[in-house]
Design a protein around this ligand. Structure first.
Ligand SMILES: *Cc1c(COP(=O)(O)O)cnc(C)c1O
Length: 570
């Protein structure tokens, strides 16, 4: 089936989707967080919709990392040991790129994702661990987001330039190149070089590259935009394309991967409406659209809710718009499905930590990359206040999340949470689960009662874990940032924390308002509703499914990419 599938793809015009990380299954641990999960959900949806699509990513042989946390709350990183040979198949050719004047060979591996209805999307993983390469070059693709700046640039050469060359070798007709974040921006240089070699003038070439490229930017956080000094670029890339030419598109003083993609893509988008506005402020003069993220509904719905939706909303998994009918599912059955997911989580927490949670206690969940702007510690801003809140009814809390090995502040935050766990041990049961991954995310997000999200705005470009929560009737309690600005209806689809996103306030006032709101809503609305107005609670669960899950899914998102970016005429 393998070659015949690619043969079929050769007859069509294909969307080539480039992403440094893609999270398809826990067994392929080549992702770090939301960006990878979005890429994985995108691939799955392209298969559901049966569109001609191929994805290109890095084969990170040591994964991102396996997280251990010791009793002091210190994160210890281990390489992930996985065997790509057992899951992926090598393509029968190698390609090469030039790095520091050396030829670096790249082996493409292929994985076929097949949808519920049997449609397939191939995912290509690029690997430099080959005997032809010198020791140093074998390690280029070892670790996702690993190494120093030079290492990162090499990885991005492999992804962008190497990836474009693999597609050429495969002899595919590419309709559009979709750059999922700026890590793959160098692919525009490969297209540029190719066409200049064909003797066209620069203006024509730029026009035709812009016609082919789509760029999705994913974060307003500065560190998320790769920048490489030009002396490093010339050392590593040599005369691949004249530096003077690169400067025209990627910035005079430093190679800014975001700028390169912005200048050479004919369609650019942010991942939520608010993120579009923030991106326009960051990159004035560019045209930036908004396509709000989604999640792959089937993947992110727990077994208990899948069963329930199958019973009342047949066809929901490939047409998640139908989830708008969830209002008519009997309340008792919604609650039963939720209790099944909650019991699964409680069992899992016990297995992982030996801590026994109680299924009748309001459970709050917080799990995502541990990094400063996500503020996992906001809930603990005032421990006495939190203890007072808790007199309205017991609370238990589950945390998880990895900090990037070089993100010292992220690591410090994990340690800080461990200190709160100890400080509150007589009042609130709190666990921090180790090694957050796809499978754990499914369990935690589906099994808690409230999904807490406290980012520093406007830095959460979209956020997707709250959309996963909504698919399982788990209620969002979140700062108004990213997707939640579009999904939130106070007291109906969940609850907000802090002021409206458009109010101008000094930072201090604003944080105090967020903290007050967080505690006040927990004490006066969330706990009383949960413990004394269960019918109202279940109504909000239903509203979340019917209003949020039916819209914030990747089926809606992909249909917008298809009509607004992939197939729209210039
Ligand atoms: C969904 C998901 C994320 C993204 O979570 P956000 O709260 O949107 O940042 C990160 N990691 C994993 C494993 C996920 O499943």
């Amino acid at each position: 089936m393998e070659t015949s599938y690619l043969d079929r793809l050769r007859k069509e015009e294909v969307i080539a989707y480039f992403s440094m990380e893609i999270a398809l299954i826990s067994e392929i641990p080549t992702y770090s967080g939301g960006l990878g999960v979005l890429a994985g959900d995108t691939v799955k949806t392209a298969a559901d919709l049966n569109i001609p699509f191929i994805a290109i990513t890095q084969l990170s042989r040591k994964g991102y990392f396996k997280q251990e946390i010791n009793s002091k709350g210190e994160q210890i990183e281990h390489p992930v040991l996985w065997e790509p040979e057992k899951i992926l198949s090598p393509l029968p050719f190698k390609t090469q790129v030039e790095i520091e004047g050396r030829k670096v060979y790249i082996q493409p591996w292929i994985y076929y994702w097949t949808s519920l209805h049997g449609h397939t999307v191939p995912v290509i993983f690029l690997d430099t661990n080959l005997p032809e390469n010198c020791e140093e070059d074998r390690d280029i693709t070892d670790v996702l987001y690993g190494g120093d700046l030079a290492h990162r640039l090499k990885q991005e050469i492999v992804l962008g330039i190497g990836g474009a060359k693999v597609l050429k070798e495969l002899n595919l007709k590419i309709r559009k190149y979709h750059l999922n974040e700026g890590h793959s921006s160098l692919l525009t240089l490969e297209l540029l070089k190719d066409q200049l070699n064909n003797g066209k003038n620069l203006e024509e070439v730029v026009e035709s590259i812009r016609e082919k490229c789509i760029f999705t930017t994913h974060t307003p956080v500065e560190a998320g935009h790769d920048k490489f000094p030009y002396d490093l670029v010339s050392k590593i890339l040599g005369n691949y394309v004249p530096i003077e030419l690169i400067k025209k598109f990627a910035g005079e003083n430093i190679l800014n991967m975001t700028l390169l993609a912005l200048n050479l893509s004919g369609y650019v988008n942010g991942v939520a409406k608010r993120h579009q506005e923030v991106s326009l402020q960051m990159f004035p003069g560019h045209k930036i659209h908004a396509i709000t993220n989604g999640v792959h509904s089937f993947t992110w719905t727990s077994p208990a809710f899948r069963k329930l939706y199958d019973k009342y909303i047949p066809g929901w998994a490939t047409e998640p718009e139908l989830l708008s009918r969830a209002q008519f599912i009997p309340s008792e059955e919604i609650w039963e499905a939720h209790m099944e997911a909650k019991s699964d989580l409680i069992k899992y927490i016990y297995e992982q930590t030996g801590v026994q949670f109680d299924k009748d206690i309001l459970t709050i969940g917080f799990a995502r990359r541990a990094t400063a702007y996500k503020r996992p510690h906001l809930l603990f801003s005032d421990l006495n206040r939190l203890k007072k809140v808790k007199r309205k009814g017991p609370i238990q809390i589950v945390y998880a999340g990895k900090a990037h090995p070089k993100d010292l502040e992220g690591k410090r935050l994990i340690k800080e949470i461990f200190e709160y766990i100890t400080a509150l041990k007589n009042d609130i049961k709190i666990v921090y689960l180790q090694d957050y991954n796809l499978n754990m995310a499914k369990k935690i997000i589906a099994g808690v009662d409230v999904w807490l999200n406290t980012p520093q705005r406007p830095l959460e470009a979209s956020g997707t874990s709250g959309m996963k929560a909504a698919h399982n009737g788990v209620i969002n309690f979140s700062i108004l940032d990213g997707w939640w600005i579009e999904g939130h209806v106070e007291g109906y689809t969940g609850w907000s924390i802090g002021p409206s996103p458009f109010e101008e306030k000094s930072i201090e006032n604003h944080i105090q308002e967020e903290i007050d709101d967080l505690y006040n809503k927990l004490e006066y609305i969330i706990l009383p509703t949960y413990y004394h107005h269960r019918d109202e609670w279940i109504q909000i669960m239903k509203n979340s499914i019917s209003n949020l899950a039916s819209y914030f899914n990747t089926h809606r998102m992909m249909k917008r990419y298809i009509t607004e970016a992939y197939f729209k005429r210039g």
